[in-house]
Design a protein around this ligand. Structure first.
Ligand code: FAD
Length: 315
């Protein structure tokens, strides 16, 4: 069976959940081989083994993490040439998608982004045209490069004993185009990361003001979820832009997405419509969000959301 390369997403050795999801998917498609770039592998080793990385390609040369994105694409391109993998899986995050695009150019391969599932023959289900269409597509040229959305696959432990191989790549001047001069660690609150959370509760213009976002936070906390917001809410300054969900915000694909006081504009849908179960609370029965939902509540959010929070907290 062919190796399926998985680019590990980590911060100083803390492996992101999406990597475990990609390893699970990779083992369904072939033999998962993790590609590690940077420091902190010792911290991550057991986790990668637990989730089935039969092989780990280790690139720990500090130069590779001194520049933005391009070195990862250069390294993967070299591995594609040397190891002939069946496919390369990367997380469909901002960085992951940029790596995917650069890698596709370097290897002359096709690329599929915003993928939520991959079936036999590398037929991928993905969201295209800003989320307007769900397509099934297969790469016909080169090595399939597939950017998979976080939360699209349930991670399954499947212990392996990884064979480790040190790898490196010589960077070209172009790969050194953007040097990292400073790293600022974003403050981590109590809530899960928006793009990784299994539950996301988002508030929109209907919430009516920054102070009312407490209602959204309370509901999110009752479910152990993350808070999101529509652009109308972030543009109004009611919630930070880093929590915006949609075409020009974050893409989320949780198990449960609750849209509160959000109309369901196409640009908002683009960031959430591949969520597994979608619930909306909106006082307008004609709101377009109801075309998309699994469960809809027509009602005033100021009544419905606190009641829902209270009921959940009782359990
Ligand atoms: P509205 O459309 O105003 O909807 C508010 C909803 O709240 C209504 O349906 C109303 O019935 C309901 N409501 C009001 N009061 C209550 C109440 N008391 N109880 C229950 N329901 C109530 N938008 C994004 O979200 N993310 C993006 O990334 C994004 N990118 C964009 C990119 C471009 C290029 C453009 C042009 C637009 C983009 N937008 C984006 C904006 C998008 O088009 C919409 O304007 C926006 O999503 C609307 O936000 P909303 O649903 O919160 O507000």
């Amino acid at each position: 069976m062919a190796e399926i390369l998985v680019l590990v997403d980590h911060v100083d050795g803390e492996v992101k959940k999406v990597t475990l999801e990609l390893l699970t998917l990779a083992n369904r498609l072939g033999e998962a081989a993790a590609v590690w770039v940077g420091q902190g592998y010792e911290k991550a080793k057991d986790k990668l083994a637990e989730y089935g990385a039969g092989k780990v390609y280790l690139a720990t040369d500090e130069e590779l993490t001194s520049y933005v994105v391009a070195p990862k694409a250069a390294l993967l391109a070299q591995l594609v040439a040397d190891k002939s993998p069946g496919a390369v899986l990367v997380p469909a995050t901002g960085e992951g998608k940029e790596v995917a695009g650069r890698l596709a150019v370097k290897t002359g391969s096709g690329v599929l982004t915003d993928v939520v599932d991959v079936a036999d023959g590398f037929v991928a289900e993905h969201s295209i045209f800003g989320g307007a269409i769900i397509a099934h597509a297969r790469v016909r040229t080169g090595t399939p490069i597939i950017a998979v959305r976080p939360n699209a696959v349930a991670p399954e432990a499947s212990p392996a004993t990884p064979a480790e191989e040190q790898v490196s790549v010589t960077l070209s001047d172009a790969d050194k185009g953007a040097k990292i001069v400073e790293r600022v660690v974003q403050e981590k609150g109590e809530r899960p990361d928006l793009t990784e959370a299994a539950v996301v509760v988002s508030g929109g213009r209907g919430v009516g003001g920054a102070e009312n976002f407490k209602i959204i936070e309370n509901l999110a906390d009752s479910l152990g979820g993350a808070v999101g917001a529509s652009r109308a809410a972030t543009d109004a300054g009611w919630y930070p832009h880093s929590f915006q969900v949609g075409q020009t915000g974050k893409t989320v694909s949780p198990q449960l997405y609750i849209a509160v006081g959000i109309s369901g504009a196409i640009q908002h849908r683009a960031g959430m419509q591949t969520s597994k179960t979608i619930v909306a609370i909106n006082k307008d029965p004609e709101a377009p969000i109801f075309e998309l939902v699994d469960y809809g509540v027509v009602g005033d959010l100021f009544q419905v959301a606190p009641q829902l929070t209270e009921e959940i907290n009782k359990r």
